[in-house]
Design a protein around this ligand. Structure first.
Ligand code: PLP
Length: 416
């Protein structure tokens, strides 16, 4: 059976050009980039080249790129690295949102817990405990999934040190007004971090000192969402931003991330950045939007009692999150999987959990509607034929599940 992949927000396929660029660095060019000999120099040159490519994609300096093991590590490094510096008299304040990926949400919760946990254990004096604990505010979103600038403004405190708000949501694709949000953080003297894992490669990101994203101090990106491998990522750290390392060891990455470089992964990410940079200058993003809209409209016109979560808000080109009332998303994901279509209910990182999505419930969906929601995320390899094949499968799968649902109004022939 030919499979159709519509789960690119979970992970993207590795592009052949990316694999070809990486292969020699597992084989003949296996050197450690820190070694002085020729194999080492070859690896170092490849890492430098990849850093150049990434800096071109992000319009930043090469010294502002820190290679990490992925989006989760970059998010943790941004939060812990800026907030857990030397103790201060007053606890630092972090503002983030209730709709972040768990890589930010759980890192923030961990920073927040330290106040109670440490003072309770009596391990530190009360003052020391306070100085290491972080106050955290989780901002609410609108029903469209947007964080309003006024909501951020109202949450700012004199001790706000970091604001962390995602660029594009992984479940709905909704884009936040990052320029305005970052400007508010800066005006208050706070740093601004954005998790751009679902935005990078899908829209232009210009972090140059006078560019649109000039108020963004830290930005997270993950390799396996831009057609590079899993286990490699970037944290952009703007010049002059002080960052305490989380990993202690060698002086790699200008002492911001110790550990022998994942040379093949970095080379793959560099190649993916080059390809993304070129793709963004073509009509690729528009074509992807057209395909996504074709899928979305096709479903909405064929399936009654369905709708788009985040409708009307700006969204990334590849994502649509739809609810199908009276259907369990998990059952629909399995039914479509059996027909050869890969999609996701909630975020992939939570699959198996029966809790409704924290993002959709934060947007005000009832738990039932959140549990009836499916994410379709196309890749730049998705074709029109695949969209049409998916459109031929989805209405029938929904209808079959609704026929089994106790809450669905059945045709009279069945109910008598
Ligand atoms: N942030 C967002 C918005 C994501 O979608 C993901 C992965 O799904 C991550 C962070 C984590 O990235 P990684 O899988 O590279 O650790």
């Amino acid at each position: 059976m030919r499979r159709i992949y519509m789960d690119a927000n979970a992970t993207t396929p590795l592009l052949p050009e990316v694999f070809d660029a990486m292969r020699p660095f597992w084989m003949e060019h296996f050197g450690n980039a820190s070694s002085i000999h020729q194999q080492g120099q070859f690896a170092r040159a490849a890492v430098d080249h990849a850093r150049d490519s990434m800096a071109r994609l992000l319009h930043c300096r090469t010294s502002e790129i820190v290679f990490t093991s992925g989006g989760t590590e970059s998010d943790n490094l941004a939060l812990f690295g800026t907030l857990q510096q030397e103790p201060t008299a007053a606890p630092a304040h972090l503002i983030t949102t209730g709709i972040e990926h768990h890589a930010v949400l759980h890192a923030a919760e961990s920073l927040e817990k330290k106040i109670g946990a440490l003072s309770h254990k009596g391990a530190l004096s009360h003052n020391q405990a306070l100085s290491q604990g972080i106050e955290v505010t989780f901002l609410p979103c609108t029903p469209q999934g947007l964080i309003e600038p006024a909501t951020l403004q109202a949450a700012i405190r004199p001790n706000t040190r970091l604001v962390s708000i995602m660029f594009a949501n992984n479940e709905t694709g909704v884009l936040q007004p990052i320029l305005e949000l970052a400007a508010i953080a800066h005006a208050a003297g706070a740093l601004f971090h954005t998790d751009a894992v679902q935005a990078a490669g899908k829209l232009p990101l210009d972090l140059s000192p006078n560019g649109p994203l000039k108020d963004v101090d830290l930005l997270t990106l993950s390799g396996h969402k831009i057609y590079a491998p899993k286990g490699i990522g970037v944290l952009f750290v703007r010049r002059n931003v002080r960052l305490a390392p989380m990993l202690h060891g060698g002086t790699h990455e200008r002492q911001r991330r110790a550990g022998t470089e994942n040379v093949a992964g970095i080379v793959g990410l560099g190649k993916a950045a080059e390809l993304a940079h070129t793709w963004l200058q073509t009509d690729g993003p528009d074509k992807l939007t057209t395909l996504r809209d074709r899928l979305e409209q096709g479903i909405l016109t064929q399936v009654e009692e369905s709708g788009v979560n985040g409708a009307g808000a700006p969204r990334v080109s590849n994502t649509t999150n739809l609810y199908f009332d009276h259907v369990e998303a998990e059952a629909l994901v399995i039914a479509l999987d059996l027909k050869g279509l890969s999609v996701s209910g909630g975020s992939a990182c939570q699959s198996g959990a029966t809790e409704p999505s924290h993002v959709l419930t934060a947007m005000g969906l009832t738990p039932a509607r959140a549990r009836a929601s499916i994410r379709f995320s196309l890749s730049k390899l998705t074709t029109e034929e695949e969209v049409d094949e998916a459109l031929a499968l989805i209405p029938a799968a929904v209808a079959r599940l609704r026929d089994l649902s106790p809450t669905w109004r059945r045709p009279e022939a069945i109910t008598v």
